[in-house]
Design a binder for this molecule. Structure first.
Ligand SMILES: Cc1cc2nc3c(=O)[nH]c(=O)nc-3n(C[C@H](O)[C@H](O)[C@H](O)COP(=O)(O)OP(=O)(O)OC[C@H]3O[C@@H](n4cnc5c(N)ncnc54)[C@H](O)[C@@H]3O)c2cc1C
Ligand SMILES: *[C@@H]1O[C@H](CO)[C@@H](O)[C@H](O)[C@H]1NC(C)=O
Ligand SMILES: *[C@@H]1O[C@H](CO)[C@@H](O)[C@H](O)[C@H]1NC(C)=O
Ligand SMILES: *[C@@H]1O[C@H](CO)[C@@H](O)[C@H](O)[C@H]1NC(C)=O
Ligand SMILES: *[C@@H]1O[C@H](CO)[C@@H](O)[C@H](O)[C@H]1NC(C)=O
Ligand SMILES: *[C@@H]1O[C@H](CO)[C@@H](O)[C@H](O)[C@H]1NC(C)=O
Length: 490
């Protein structure tokens, strides 16, 4: 998703100045009454964890770091926080022995990038995976072990020395180490399809390593199933050779339509974003090529656009990712929503442009919106061929590539949450209805859970895979321990 602001650089700086002084301590958190169950869980956790782990209470800086999120609306005040340092401690804390035994609500925070309130936050026991932060490259198997508390920037930086890359998030600070649409998705598929093993703490506290051969059911469940099956502490990803990548960060009009219909080179990718920031509509464009020089002609239509300030040079992958000012939106309230699409036509781009302008104008001033954005990510038709519906719970249909349009709205006033949630639902519904009207068969296409608003029906995300997911859940979490944590609950 692009967070590049299209208007003058001055506007970007001004926005940064408005958004960033808000410290985590001052950000709005919901104070909830603590239950006796939670109090009991907190004191038992404090006593049970090993020296590798840390326990924090409200008021400490470490506590605020544990509970904080990219979006302030995804943060809640917890009764206590814990940073387990070993999978065994995760087993002690979150599972039967304490949380389940006391019936306390809890949360599991990986990268903290959820846009949905309550998905990785709680008034009960907050578990931060920050201490799972190691990256280990295995040259012999061409895989990398990655701790579940990392965000992609850290992973890219660690792997760069080895000249390899993983199919990770496209933008700085992007997180969630599975599912995942990436710059490398055109070449290698969804992030989840490149996971070869998960280290998983099961709901009964047992630590296990899950692979396609050892446990195809749990692999299927974890590729898209979020926190329903326990807590993942480590991922093993396939790695791919990578040197310098070519890119430019520039403004552009809609040559993306032509790109999406004509360009078949899987090493090339683009993201077009319509943004409405402080009173103005703009468009920004990211171009990506996995190689030090793109083949002649591939991006010509973008590069020919007047007023394009060219910033075209070979850079390393992590340098590319760092140059995108995604963090212009951190520390505000925010929500995502999404529409699964099959193609971007000029008619559809016009509808998306109009939605950006309509909602931007409507919500910017009295409703405190700071960023109304629609990210067009036209992946190629082959992206889902790298996995199968029997090995991943998302997406349930792979006959056609799904292109998840990402709506990202940010605002500052907590009393406007409902207005924003209603608006973003309406806008996604409008785009979907228009796409159907234009002949796209997307009425029942799988919705991407990482971008879907919390009220989305599970059936829309998992489709025909839901019964199998529920059966696996019943087998591994018969007491529904993970039901004490928020999120997409099968
Ligand atoms: C700035 C930004 C950039 C983004 N870029 C991309 C992108 O390029 N591509 C893309 O596909 N998506 C992208 N996203 C979307 C992102 O993938 C989702 O928001 C995702 O849900 C965030 O994952 P997280 O681990 O950070 O979330 P969290 O808020 O930590 O968790 C989200 C959910 O997953 C569960 N969970 C997290 N870790 C674990 C674990 N280890 N074990 C069990 N359950 C766990 C949590 O309990 C919670 O229910 C981006 C989001 C942001 C804010
Ligand atoms: C954005 O992130 C980069 C890299 O982490 C950091 O150097 C920069 O100061 C951040 N910008 C803002 C406005 O927070
Ligand atoms: C656990 O707590 C929930 C409410 O949070 C309650 O509905 C449920 O009955 C409790 N279960 C047990 C076994 O105490
Ligand atoms: C936990 O569950 C797993 C999977 O069902 C099982 O193999 C294991 O024996 C269980 N462990 C305990 C301690 O019950
Ligand atoms: C897109 O392709 C059409 C048809 O080939 C062409 O007329 C148009 O100029 C192209 N768009 C851009 C921005 O180059
Ligand atoms: C623009 O979008 C708004 C909101 O969906 C809609 O009411 C309006 O009719 C649209 N305008 C055009 C020209 O399509």
């Amino acid at each position: 998703m692009s967070r590049k602001l299209s208007s003058a650089v001055g506007v970007l700086c001004a926005l940064g100045a408005v958004l960033h002084p808000t410290s985590v301590l001052a950000s709005s958190v919901t104070l909830s009454s603590r239950s006796a169950a939670t109090d009991a869980a907190c004191s038992r956790i404090k006593a049970a964890i090993s020296d590798a782990s840390a326990y924090h209470t409200p008021g400490l800086l470490e506590f605020f770091e544990d509970i904080e999120h990219w979006m302030t609306s995804s943060t809640q005040q917890s009764a206590c926080s814990v940073e387990p340092g070993t999978p065994e401690d995760v087993g002690k804390i979150s599972q039967l022995q304490i949380v389940a035994a006391t019936n306390s609500s809890f949360a599991v925070k990986g990268g903290g990038h959820a846009s949905n309130p309550g998905f990785s936050s709680t008034a009960g026991v907050h578990i931060s995976l920050a201490r799972f932060s190691e990256v280990t490259y295995h040259a012999d198997s061409q895989t990398a072990d990655v701790g579940a508390g990392l965000i992609w920037d850290d992973v890219y930086a660690a792997l760069e020395d080895h000249n390899v890359m993983v199919v990770g998030g496209a933008l700085p600070a992007s997180a969630f180490l599975w599912t995942g649409y990436s710059w490398l998705t055109n070449q290698h598929g969804l992030t989840a399809d490149t996971v070869t093993a998960f280290e998983l703490v099961l709901p009964n506290g047992t630590v296990t390593t899950v692979t396609d051969s050892s446990n195809p059911d749990l692999m299927f469940a974890l590729r898209g199933g979020y926190n329903n099956f326990g807590v993942v502490t480590k991922f093993t990803f396939k790695t791919f050779p990578s040197g310098q990548v070519w890119n430019t960060l520039d403004r552009v009009a809609s040559a993306s339509v032509n790109f999406s219909s004509k360009v078949t080179d899987p090493k090339a990718g683009i993201i077009t974003t319509y943004n409405f920031v402080i009173g103005g509509l703009g468009v920004s464009q990211l171009l990506f090529y996995d190689g030090s020089e793109p083949p002649a002609g591939i991006f010509d239509e973008f590069l020919a656009i007047p007023s394009f300030t060219k910033d075209v040079k070979a850079r390393s992958f992590s340098n590319l990712v760092r140059n995108i000012p995604a963090n212009a939106t951190s520390n505000t309230r925010g929500i995502f929503n999404t529409v699964p699409l099959l193609e971007y036509t000029p008619e559809l781009m016009e509808i998306i442009r109009n939605e950006t302008e309509f909602w931007g104008q409507k919500l910017s001033w009295e409703d405190s919106a700071t960023f109304i954005s629609y990210d067009v990510e036209p992946f190629q038709s082959s992206i889902l061929s790298h996995g199968s519906t029997s090995s991943a719970s998302y997406p349930a249909s792979r006959s056609q590539a799904l292109l998840p349009l990402n709506l990202y709205w940010a605002w500052t006033d907590p009393s406007k949450d409902e207005v924003m949630w209603d608006g973003i639902r309406q806008s996604a519904a409008t785009v979907k209805a228009k796409a159907v009207e234009l002949g796209q068969d997307v009425a029942d296409a799988p919705v991407y859970g990482n971008y879907a608003i919390f009220s989305t029906a599970l059936e829309s995300i998992y489709g025909d895979n839901l019964p199998r997911l529920r059966a696996i859940k019943q087998r591994y979490d018969p007491n529904n321990v993970m039901g004490l944590a928020g999120g997409w609950k099968v």
